[in-house]
Design a binder for this molecule. Structure first.
Ligand SMILES: Nc1ncnc2c1ncn2[C@@H]1O[C@H](COP(=O)(O)OP(=O)(O)OP(=O)(O)O)[C@@H](O)[C@H]1O
Ligand SMILES: [Mg+2]
Length: 257
């Protein structure tokens, strides 16, 4: 069985007067160590899908299993990283990145030194005693990534983590996150509006359509692109070909909608 399975998931949001169907009949699998991206027009249910995978909300119908279990947001096996870094401004970077371990009573010397080591690997050595406001946006996102990885999650859910960054920082962080996740063999689901980012970072791309949110098409990224750094992917011919394909498909959806 696959590491992650999504079976006939349907989700509606209810308010006293309206029902919004955010997701309809969603089915897909994910293997351990695989990296997938969710792309699609605004409102097609990408964030809802991540919230379901994280266990923050339960789908109105259907079933999700991660490593044989239903997702549970109180469980440390799922790391969820959002567009905004959500670092606590009154805590130092060190306190912020150790917070997850502290909440889980796992603040051992070994875990602390591993987390500080990761901070170093990600290029943030020396900022331990600083506060988030003293760091740039890209540095804060890197610190947020360290905090997410510190609890050693089995799967990472990333909701547009680079979208608030300038283009250059974004490209650099894509490489860094790609390499960090590959070296720790993490399974990941990335939500992005950027087709180039989806192609350069993932093994597969799931294109969602809106109204109601549904899985429209799955694109496999060619093997030759999957093994190289995101930055280098962008200069390959097969990258441009796939970009055109995904772009056209996305355009046809927006036109229909
Ligand atoms: N808490 C909520 N209550 C009611 N409706 C919601 C709620 N969250 C999302 N929706 C609705 O569900 C649909 C899917 O929303 P969702 O945020 O999952 O889309 P998205 O693909 O992440 O969009 P975006 O690309 O703009 O972030 C939308 O129609 C949205 O208005
Ligand atoms: Mg969203």
């Amino acid at each position: 069985m696959s590491f992650l399975t999504v079976e006939n998931v349907h989700h509606s949001y209810f308010s006293p007067k309206t029902v919004t169907t955010a997701l309809q009949n969603i089915n897909f699998d994910l293997e351990e160590g695989e990296f997938i991206s969710l792309v699609g027009p605004s409102g097609c249910g990408k964030t809802t899908m991540l919230s379901i995978l994280s266990g923050l909300i339960s789908p109105t119908e259907g079933k999700v299993q991660i490593d044989g279990q239903a997702p549970n947001s109180r469980n440390s096996s799922i790391g969820y990283m959002l567009q905004q870094d959500y670092l606590f401004p009154w805590k130092t970077i060190e306190e912020n990145i150790l917070l997850g371990l502290k909440l889980q009573n796992q603040l051992t010397d070994n875990r602390i030194s591993k987390t500080l080591e990761l901070l170093k690997e990600i290029g943030l050595e020396g900022v331990e005693k600083q506060y988030p406001r003293q760091l740039s946006g890209g540095m804060r996102q890197r610190a947020a990534l360290v905090r997410t990885l510190a609890i050693n999650p089995k799967i990472l859910l990333l909701d547009e983590p680079f979208s608030a960054l300038d283009y250059q920082t974004k490209l650099k962080l894509e490489d860094l996150v790609f390499e960090t996740l590959k070296s720790y063999r993490k399974t990941a689901v990335l939500v992005t509006h950027d087709i180039g980012e989806a192609i350069s970072m993932s093994d597969r791309i799931l294109l969602f359509a809106a109204k109601p949110g549904r899985l429209h098409k799955i694109f496999k990224v060619p093997e030759e692109l999957r093994t190289i750094r995101p930055f280098d992917v962008r200069s390959k011919e097969t990258y441009s070909i796939l970009f055109q394909k995904v772009w056209k498909e996305l355009e046809s959806l927006e036109f229909d909608g």
